[in-house]
Design a protein around this ligand. Structure first.
Ligand code: MG
Ligand code: ZN
Length: 215
């Protein structure tokens, strides 16, 4: 019974996600869903990515949070369109929340739309938003066991970004293990190692984004 209810919820969500995807594609918007635990550096990665790409692309952001507009305010300082979704305690974004948020954006004036999901490694994996690409972040501070503990989000992602690489020398994080586990779960996953503090890896990540926007 429980399982059937969830299946129906997800089916309804997927239908709305398809409409979102059609709208993005029609307007030539590349939509990226950013997922991770709280504190892994999604907003910081966004700030750095936007700064590097905003001369070449028109960028927009949808910020998902339980409450507050702290992250949206950070993004707004970069002078790009940003819409905040407060889920009022909800632990993931769904396609309908995104659909309503998109009404506040001029899609025909955006090339690249980042959707920062609620910090959570569990249910965001199950909810399609209409995105073209899914990116999961894993910070060195979280530990290398996350791919095997939360396989769904890694299985469904196109890209894994290992963040806070500057912390690696003083941590127990086994980089090879995290990479190997993620690749075993999802052989097609592309992996970037980034430190927003030192700038390491940002160029490779931005090059990947440039390539996707062109496609
Ligand atoms: Mg954030
Ligand atoms: Zn949830």
């Amino acid at each position: 019974m429980e399982i059937k209810v969830l299946t129906n919820v997800l089916k309804a969500n997927d239908n709305i996600a398809r409409d979102n995807n059609t709208d993005f594609t029609t307007n030539q918007v590349l939509a990226i869903n950013l997922m991770s635990s709280p504190g892994s550096g999604k907003t910081t990665l966004l700030e750095n990515t936007i700064t590097l790409l905003q001369a070449d692309f028109r960028i927009g952001v949808i910020e998902g949070d339980l409450q507050t507009t702290i992250d949206a305010e950070r993004i707004q300082k970069l002078n790009i369109p940003v819409v905040q979704i407060n889920t009022a305690g909800g632990c993931h974004l769904d396609a309908n929340l995104v659909r309503n948020a998109v009404k506040n954006l001029a899609l025909n004036e955006i090339d690249l739309l980042f959707i920062e999901n609620v910090g959570n490694l569990v249910c965001p994996a199950e909810y399609q938003l209409g995105e073209h690409k899914r990116v999961v972040l894993l910070s060195i501070a979280e530990g290398d066991d996350k791919p095997i503990k939360y396989p769904a989000v890694f299985r469904n992602a196109d890209v894994l970004i290992i963040t806070k690489m500057d912390l690696l020398p003083n941590s127990d994080f086994e980089l090879a293990r995290a990479r190997q586990d993620a690749t075993q779960i999802n052989p097609a996953i592309e992996i970037f190692e980034i430190s927003c503090k030192t700038g390491r890896g940002l160029t490779a990540w931005c090059d990947w984004l440039r390539q996707q926007v062109k496609c």
